[in-house]
Design a protein around this ligand. Sequence first.
Ligand SMILES: [Zn+2]
Length: 199
Amino acid sequence: MQITFLKEIVGEIAGKQSRELVDLLVGKKDVNEFLIAKKLKLTINQVRNMLYKLSDKGLVSFKRKKDSRKGWYIYFWTLNTSKSLELLEKKFLEEITQLEQKLKNRKVKRFYFCEICKVEVSEETALLNNFTCPECGQVYSLAENEKIIKELKSRINKLKKNLEMLEKEKTKKSIRKTKRKTKKTVKKKRKKTAKKKKK
Ligand SMILES: [Zn+2]
């Protein structure tokens, strides 16, 4: 599930093609960019372009090392999973707010539609145009708000479900982190007591 989410946000930022990057980066550290280029059958510049875009948003980080033989730099890339999920959450929330605003408008306002140009206008614009499309002369018909309201509602519900799943992923991740931390502290404490015993 996490991979699907990661691909969504990566694709959103660096283009559809970059979604495949996730498979190569997830769960790994310092992945050689030449390896990425080879696996994705892209040039090194294409790969770097995608990764720079992701790096701008903090989704990936890099280390660079100079190749002593060839004299150029090689970049090694790491995906920042938490940051990616965080950004995706923000995107979902923004979309929900936008759609809810649209839904609100639909419920209180009327819209008009030109069947020929397939263009929708607000009631104010329709009134200004005498309820006739200025492009083709067709008389506007009333837009079917009910259908659009239904669509908007289903899109909002879908996003809310995604958001819920995302929250679950984030909780799972933070639980794992806490567990790891507790393990570390326990180890440290053991070391300390062992040292004290030696003294
Ligand atoms: Zn028209």
